[in-house]
Each structure stands twice: as structure tokens, then as C-alpha cells.
Design a protein around this ligand. Structure first.
Ligand code: SF4
Length: 346
């Protein structure tokens, strides 16, 4: 399989660029031309001359790559079943229903919708059309400050944990945050609660990062004195508040890279990245483990197998584009507006 992938990739040359998300499995990521987080990868791909962008990530990432792509570029997701549990927790019909209820209560006009990068293009477009924007885990605090300069309230989609961690770090008390459950009238809140909330958090989460628990931090503190606990802000607030540092995937990577020899870390993020960091930094005498000893796997990203990558490449050689991800023109426009607005808050 490795030989077939390498041969097809070589034959396609600069016509194809392969993107590998940090959480991707090793057998696939070894073929990536670029490795990184979803936004940076989409940006990089649009700057290449490649006609075909093969995104070894999940569906919303391929959509973002299509939104940011240049004319003539086509985006391929090797397995269309590679979705994201968090992005799937906010569909556009549910979000529109939420907004209608906020309008009925007279709250919508004081609210800006913000969405995390990990959302569908339709949700990004929804935010763009209503004056809001997209943020990443690196710039969520900047996005919140930007939004509060123009509105009294934020509707944050779809990750309640990133929203809560960001708002709390800005000094917003829990009493001024409400959680919107899309399966309940008014999201399960009273109108008064929604009127007094400054941040309305969509009830979504990442099935990987939500598995880390405060008990895991306790275990590390007990068994590995001196080990630093560093976690992604998609983890629960109860875990983040006990951690030594919180950061985006890129920040977690940098913390470990910049640490002196002999440092040790328990990392609260996806297991493929943690294992890779452990291997990479072992020669420097750094000890890196997963915060949860049973490890947390992004099972949907794991669906991108060498077989799927091989099939995508060999199909291109035969003149066929398989599993292309395209965002409709109208959605693409407003999603692009929301993504471009994010650049104001870097
Ligand atoms: S790690 Fe979580 S947020 Fe990231 S792609 Fe997987 S399910 Fe989605």
C-alpha cells in the first residue's frame, strides 16, 4: 500500500497536495506535504499550485479548504464518512430554530453568533451573514473581545467547552453563561436566564477531548510528581482549571518543544498527536504521556486509511475525482466572510 501511494503521488507531482491534520494516524500522515491544524492547512493549500487538495482530516476541514481554495482547485476527502462529532452537534436547521427563538425574545439583536472552526460551512455562513465570525482555539479570546466591542451577547457554536473556558478566562462568571440544548424549547432556559446571559453556549462537545476528567489530572499528580498537565481548551472546564497550561494544538506542541531536557508532560489531546510527540522528544529526555492512560482516539479521523488515500490518488491518475467536497456558492460566500473577519482578531 505504501509503495502504491508513493508511486501515485509521484506520478501526480505538483498537481496534488496532501494535507495531514495533527490528529491523523501515522500510516497516512507520513505522505502529507503539510501537517498542521485545519485553518493553516486550508490556507497553505490555497497558496500552492495544486489542482487537487487531498485533505486527510474530517469533513468540516475539507469544506473549509474548499471555501478558501483558489478557482480551479478541487478538494477531496478520502473517506466521506470521516465526520466530526462536534461539528455534527450543530446542524443549520437547529441553529436557525435557536436564532428564531432568540428573535422572538428580542435577544437576537443584541447577540453576535460566533462559531469555532470545527463547524459545518453552513454554520460558518450563518455567522458571517449575521455579522459574526469564525475563530480557532488560538484566537477565541480575541474573537470574544471583538464581539463584545459590538454586541452585548455572544451565541457560541458548537463547542460549549471552548466557549466556557474562553469566557471564564475573560472574567465572565458562570452565572452569566447559559447552555443552549437544541432539543428543548428556549434551549432548556427560562427567557429571564437567556436575557441575563452574556454568553449562550451551544450544547456541543468534542467526543475526544470531553473524555478527559479531573480524576485523570489527580492520577498524574499522584503518580508523576513534577509532571506538567497541558490540555486543549476543548476539554471540560473542570479539567482546564486544574491544568498547568491550556492551549491550541500548536501551542501544546510548542510548549513541549521549548521545554528544557528532562521535562515531563501529561497531554490532554488526541492520542496520535500525543504518541508522535512522545516519540519525537524521547531522544531529548522528555517524557510525554496521555493525560488519560487509556488514550483518546478521534475515531472519525481514523477512518482515513492508507487504502482510502491510495484509492483517491489512483483515481486521479485514471482521470476520476472521487469524494470531492464542494460547498454551495451562497454558503461559500458567507463562510468566507466569516473566515476573513477572523483575520481582524488575530
Ligand atoms: S478531535 Fe474532536 S473536534 Fe477534532 S475532528 Fe475529532 S471529534 Fe472533531
Amino acid at each position: 500500500m505504501d509503495a502504491r501511494i508513493a508511486s501515485a503521488k509521484q506520478a501526480l507531482g505538483s498537481d496534488v497536495v496532501i494535507l495531514g491534520h495533527h490528529y491523523q494516524r501515522d500510516e497516512v500522515i507520513r505522505f502529507a506535504d503539510f501537517c498542521g491544524d485545519s485553518y493553516r492547512l486550508s490556507q497553505v493549500a490555497s497558496q500552492t499550485g495544486a489542482r487537487y487538495i487531498i485533505f486527510c482530516g474530517v469533513h468540516f476541514m475539507a469544506e473549509s479548504a474548499d471555501v478558501l481554495s483558489r478557482e480551479g482547485q478541487q478538494v477531496i476527502l478520502p473517506d466521506l464518512n470521516a465526520g466530526c462529532s462536534m461539528a455534527d452537534m450543530a446542524n443549520i436547521a437547529e441553529v436557525e430554530a435557536c436564532w428564531e427563538q432568540l428573535e422572538q425574545l428580542g435577544i437576537a439583536r443584541a447577540t453576535l453568533p460566533l462559531t469555532y472552526m470545527n463547524s459545518t460551512a453552513a454554520i460558518k455562513a450563518f455567522c458571517g451573514e449575521r455579522g459574526g465570525l469564525v475563530c480557532t482555539s488560538s484566537n477565541a479570546a480575541g474573537a470574544f473581545r471583538w464581539a463584545f466591542a459590538q454586541a452585548q451577547k455572544i451565541l457560541f457554536l458548537p463547542d460549549q467547552h471552548l466557549g466556557r473556558n474562553t469566557a471564564f478566562a475573560m472574567g465572565i462568571p458562570m452565572a452569566e453563561m447559559a447552555v443552549w440544548d437544541p432539543f428543548m424549547i428556549y434551549g432548556g432556559n427560562s427567557p429571564e436566564r437567556l436575557r441575563s446571559a452574556r454568553v449562550i453556549l451551544w450544547k456541543g462537545h468534542c467526543s475526544v477531548h470531553q473524555r478527559f476528567l479531573p480524576e485523570h489530572v489527580d492520577r498524574v499528580r499522584r503518580h508523576f510528581p513534577g509532571m506538567q498537565v497541558i490540555v486543549h481548551p476543548e476539554c471540560r472546564w473542570e479539567v482546564c482549571r486544574q491544568a498547568d497550561a491550556i492551549g491550541s494544538t500548536d501551542r501544546l506542541i510548542k510548549i513541549i518543544a521549548d521545554a528544557p531536557r528532562g521535562s515531563s508532560f501529561a497531554v490532554g489531546t488526541e492520542i496520535h498527536l500525543v504518541n508522535r510527540l512522545a516519540r519525537q522528544h524521547a531522544p531529548e529526555g522528555k517524557h510525554v504521556i496521555s493525560l488519560d492512560e487509556s488514550g483518546c482516539l478521534c475515531t472519525t479521523m481514523f477512518r482515513i486509511s492508507p487504502q482510502h488515500l491510495c484509492w483517491s490518488l489512483e483515481s486521479l491518475l485514471e482521470g476520476e475525482v472521487v469524494n470531492q467536497v464542494t460547498v454551495p456558492v451562497g454558503v461559500k460566500h458567507w463562510a468566507r466572510v466569516a473566515l476573513d473577519r477572523m483575520l481582524q482578531v488575530q
